[in-house]
Design a protein around this ligand. Sequence first.
Ligand code: A2P
Length: 268
Amino acid sequence: PIVEGKPSPFAVPAGCFALSVREVQHYTDRLFRFRVSRPREFRFRSGEFVMIGLPNAEKPVFRAYSIASPAWDEELEFFSIKVPDGPLTEHLQKIREGDTILMRKKPTGTLVNDALEPGKRLWMFSTGTGIAPFASLIRDPETYDKFGTLILTHGCRLVDELKYGQDLVAALREDPLIGELVEGRLIHYPTVTREPFEHQGRITDLITSGKLFEDLGLSRMGPEDDRAMICGSMAMLKDTKELCLSHGLEEGANNKPAQFVVERAFVD
Ligand code: A2P
């Protein structure tokens, strides 16, 4: 493959694409987003993840990243944390437009429409960068074919950390192609735990107390009408999964669609 931008002294490893960075946006000292070119032959399902690395080492370090852009997009988008001294993100956070990143060719993952039965409501429970796969799914018309209403919850420590999701939803509502489809069918519920905000507290506590459902004017989740996808830290996954089970939902997989699925927000 032809590597645009800075030349790398290292060859592109077998099974990898070398992709050109098109855009980088920093939100806080802990969060940023970037977009890269998409090879024509690269196919994935909205909600899947890939392995990402940098070409500036003999043995590049790879980490799993959910693709935040939908399957129809011409570019690929990623939403990343910056881990101090993190083997990959310490360097990745410095990328600029024109630089090159590596991406393994095979996408995979469980947060895909195929792993769920159709339903009236799809709950997308995320914390931190766990919003990334949902950024893909809420931009994919297929998700609106399969579920009546999408509820995207995003829990963060601080208000500034919500910005990626807020910008995303605002842009989607204005989108000339998919804006109309989204109208009245996408609910965004951001919540913050460490400073004052319109909605406060962990999503798990808001489910348990019932405040989430009260705030939205919706009934509690149940196996008949509701489907859920969960993406966040290990602790968040465990606790939210318990709540899905206690509401009578069954865990699904690609080869056995059911009522909820779980995937970890990988980089930590
Ligand atoms: P808290 O501030 O109470 O820790 P992190 O950046 O650590 O991944 O956290 C992102 C958000 O997820 C924070 O609002 C955090 O709340 C929340 N959180 C952490 N652990 C859990 C959990 N087990 N269940 C639900 N939310 C959680």
